[in-house]
Design a protein around this ligand. Structure first.
Ligand code: FAD
Length: 403
């Protein structure tokens, strides 16, 4: 079994298969999984427990939401105990890959998969290139494309779904700040909302290990809706991030140091109707649009996809590489992601792409006012579990675009 991509999806699948005694090779183009830790990686505590992740992959815990804006004001929701964690994304990938190796799986870094095809005898033949450009051919019964939103082997979703493909561009800095500055942000997930902060997107400050903060911005682009023109009129994301930094952590007060700059794309189709498999090539995680654009969240969903695929693959392998069990993959994944999934995708497009002027700010303000009387835990249920029904009639007109 060849798994391409040692992100949360691929590395988790590889460790599950290795644990079951399968001969698995996990490859990634990165030479070191601690590099390019592009994800801010906030998740609820329940997910940490559900996926059995250890303390060593956790950077910090949070018990409060702070939503800043529109404008300079902020709203707070405080829970009596921690509601979630911010993962150290590099440590998460490293731990998953290490677990794979401990169960006798093989992990090879610095290898980029270029193409994969089925040979006449039925085996898959995948071409890899090392960092010096040298080619390697790997033959395997199955190949899993867990290469993220770039979908290196499965390729782009069909053109007929182009209008459904929504993408967010994110830039993030890891900062070292004095203890007093870190304390201000230490217990919370803070988001900056409104056009004066980030037009067509949102910003965030997440606590990491003591003395470290992650500060980022993400802007949505909807290529299907003619977004390039609108996007082009917006300031570059780097400028937006600098502005955010200047307002939230004035240099004179904070005296911070930038330790790392990273970023990336997050891309999903709203209905997730793209093919998940081509013969013995199977897509996993972001490669089949499991990232949710509403909160820019994909780690939990990538892990969900590997939890769904692993038992189906094991059944296929146990029955002499019979692909029949995999026919249930798309359906089971759809069910695992839940019925609110497409709704949250539409809401993401409407909320973030529509955030372009004073009318959108006022609409957002009304929504936030409506949430004010809720508990911090309810906000988590809304943002992490997409429990829109809890807001019933109050949220429905917003979801449907009536206000
Ligand atoms: C700026 C930003 C902030 C984010 N913040 C959050 C957050 O707070 N919480 C959250 O849950 N999610 C967040 N996400 C989304 C989350 O990171 C992804 O949804 C998640 O990592 C998807 O996991 P994956 O394993 O499917 O793909 P990835 O994590 O993208 O992993 C794919 C792996 O494949 C490798 N690869 C790619 N092409 C090849 C190739 N041809 N050959 C070999 N290897 C290859 C890559 O190096 C990578 O390691 C964020 C994303 C961005 C861009």
């Amino acid at each position: 079994m060849l798994v391409v991509g040692a992100g949360p999806a691929g590395a988790d699948l590889a460790r599950r298969l290795a644990l079951a005694g399968i001969d698995v090779l996990l490859v990634d183009q990165l030479p070191d999984l601690a590099q390019a830790a592009f994800s801010s990686a906030a998740m609820p505590l329940a997910a940490l427990e559900r996926f059995g992740l250890p303390a060593q992959v956790v950077a910090s815990r949070w018990s409060r939401w702070e939503l800043i804006g529109p404008g300079p004001g902020s709203r707070h929701w405080q829970a009596p105990s921690p509601m979630g964690v911010v993962l150290d994304f590099g440590a998460l990938r490293g731990w998953l890959a290490d677990q794979c190796q401990r169960w006798n799986g093989r992990v090879r870094l610095g290898l980029r998969a270029v193409s994969s095809q089925r040979d006449p005898d039925g085996t898959m033949s995948t071409e890899l290139r090392d960092r010096g450009g040298r080619r390697l051919q790997v033959r395997s019964a199955w190949v899993v494309d867990a290469s993220g939103q770039g979908r290196a082997l499965l390729g782009e979703p069909p053109l007929s779904l182009a209008a459904e493909l929504v993408r967010g561009v994110g830039v993030e800095w890891l900062l070292e700040v004095p203890a007093a500055c870190w304390q201000r942000w230490a217990d919370r997930l803070a988001f900056c909302l409104g056009t004066d902060w980030v037009p067509q997107g949102y910003g965030w400050v997440f606590p990491m290990q003591p003395g470290r903060l992650k500060l980022g911005v993400c802007r949505l682009e909807d290529l299907g809706a003619g977004q390039p023109e609108a996007g082009a009129s917006q300031p570059p994301l780097g400028t937006v991030l600098q502005r955010l930094l200047g307002r939230l952590l004035p240099a004179g007060e904070a005296g911070f140091q930038v330790l790392d700059r990273h970023g990336g794309l997050i891309r999903s189709t709203i209905g997730r109707r793209e093919p998940h498999r081509r013969g013995r090539l199977i897509g996993l995680g972001d490669a089949v649009s499991t990232a949710n654009l509403l909160g820019g969240e994909g780690i939990r969903h990538a892990l969900t996809s590997s939890a769904v695929l692993a038992p189906l693959l094991l059944q296929a392998l146990a029955s002499g590489d019979n692909p029949a069990p995999l026919q249930a993959y798309e359906d089971q994944l759809r069910r695992a992601l839940g019925w609110c999934w497409p709704l949250s995708g539409r809401l993401a497009r409407r909320t973030w792409l529509g955030l372009r002027g004073p009318a959108a700010d006022r609409r957002l303000e009304r929504l936030l006012n409506g949430l004010q009387q809720n508990r911090a835990e309810d906000l988590s249920a809304l943002l992490f579990d997409y429990r829109f029904e809890r807001y019933g009639l109050r949220a429905l007109p917003y979801l449907l675009g009536w206000r």
